[in-house]
Design a protein. Structure first.
Length: 169
């Protein structure tokens, strides 16, 4: 039991910059400039929608990097964890942007819920880029696939409850 708890703990420490990077845009991106500048794609639908802003994306990446630096300081390895923080944060934001692009192509509006996709998009993007800096095991990835939707839902419900998010997902 202790080994499993230890594995889960260190897996969460690993992915924490991505969790922060995914959560922070609601603090930075309200009324920000949309990443797509209100442009449409060849299908005449918005490229990303109003939910993805320059300020939110940069704020998320910055917050994730700071989280990585703090973890690095605590672990006495700032270089590794700052670099990992960059990779996880950029991957997280890119994964979320790709999901938004695909949602718009499918005709799904900004803010509409896609139960597991809304929590796995940023996770997969983060792990893909983070893997080049500090690989995780398949076991850790499977743990993340299970716990991330739970953590994501709890965080979003809380953010909605304190009125920093419009919807609880």
């Amino acid at each position: 039991m202790t080994d499993w708890l230890n594995l889960i703990f260190w897996t969460v420490v690993y992915i924490l910059p991505a969790y922060v990077a995914n959560s922070a845009p609601v603090l930075f991106g309200k009324d920000g400039t949309p990443l797509d500048f209100h442009k449409t794609w060849i299908d005449h639908k918005r490229i990303l929608g109003d939910g993805k802003t320059i300020q939110g994306s940069l704020g998320g990446i910055f917050s994730g990097i700071v989280t990585g630096v703090i973890i690095g300081y605590l672990m006495n390895n700032i270089g590794l964890y700052a670099t990992l923080g960059v990779a996880l944060s950029v991957g997280c934001v890119l994964g979320d942007i790709l999901k938004s692009f695909l949602k718009r192509r499918a005709g799904i509006e900004t803010g509409a819920e896609l139960v597991l996709i809304d929590s796995w998009d940023f996770l997969v993007g983060a792990v893909l880029l983070g893997y080049f800096i500090l690989p995780i095991t398949l076991e850790q990835f499977l743990i993340l696939l299970v716990i991330t939707p739970i953590i994501h839902r709890v965080a979003n419900v809380f953010a909605h409850w304190i009125r920093i998010k419009r919807v609880p997902w």
